[in-house]
Design a protein around this ligand. Sequence first.
Ligand code: ADP
Length: 337
Amino acid sequence: MDNQEILMQDLATEEDEALGYSLRPEWLNEFIGQERAKEQLRIHIEAAKKRGDALEHVLLVSPPGLGKTTLAKIIANEMQSGFKQAIGPIMERLDLASTLTNLDKGDVLFIDEIHRMKGYVQESLYPAMEDYHLDLAIGQGPASDVVQVSIAHFTLVGATTREGLLAGPFRDRFGIRIHLDYYEAEDLQQSIRINSGKLDINIDENAEYTLARRSRGTMRIANKLLANVRDYAQVKGNGVLSHEIAEEALEFFGIDERGLDAQDYAYFQTLIEKFNGRAGLKALAVALSEDERTISEVYEPYYIKEGFLMLTPGGRVATDAAHEYFNYPVNSQISLF
Ligand code: ADP
């Protein structure tokens, strides 16, 4: 497999294949929840189709697992255009040039983790996004020359968990910016019901709700819990995914009523016991032997949403709610600044 193929590999499909079935909605009307985002997209897609143009560039922002990749594919489907996928951080200028020059009119180019793309690669995207051309340097030294290569009118769909890390001029080049929020339990329950149907799982309504409540507001986690609990029900139960079996399975997998697992407990135990309730990201990452980015982009957004954590100029602070939830006396000593 050459580099280009690695870049264009459809990683998201592998995740679906683990479940033995693609659970990814393909059309806007199958995408559950996120009503505002869908309405925004519907309007822009309809307008672009009426004009016969490519859709403006779209920036999708959310914590992981909320549907950015899914929406990017939906955009391509709804626009009846081609879909190509690339992974931001490993792209070099040449990879980008060959990707861009191979696009057809209207194609959707999806770049995941776009905030981690190298700065100079980002910059070489600017003229492509704005005027649909690329400046290519030919040769080296004094004899080098820059040639302009035209590229098709395409739509860049960038996904990021950290909008704040994008350079201002880059962010401004996206005509459409969409934020996805954590899902309500009702949305997750609806997804669990639909996916149980697709996967031929016999699940009762209470079990659907139990799984939904423990999915941390995240569709990917709801899918994963459903798959794990299905396996448990097949082996330990009579194949029916009842409320009792769901509870039993979640306890077996070490997932509590708020969807928190051993890793989350370790985070708060470390923050509260070791650092007295306040710590910097680096110190926490070392103490937990965990990658800083995983902590700040995957775990912490949910803690903040649940009211367990605050980011302050003086570091991460465990809130009173976190002390209570994880059974520690509330620490009134911690000032927030
Ligand atoms: P992200 O790109 O934001 O990390 P994905 O688009 O890969 O998230 O979504 C993870 C999984 O969750 C997908 O496989 C998809 O099946 C499911 N999913 C995400 N959003 C929705 C939604 N709104 N409705 C139904 N399923 C969804």
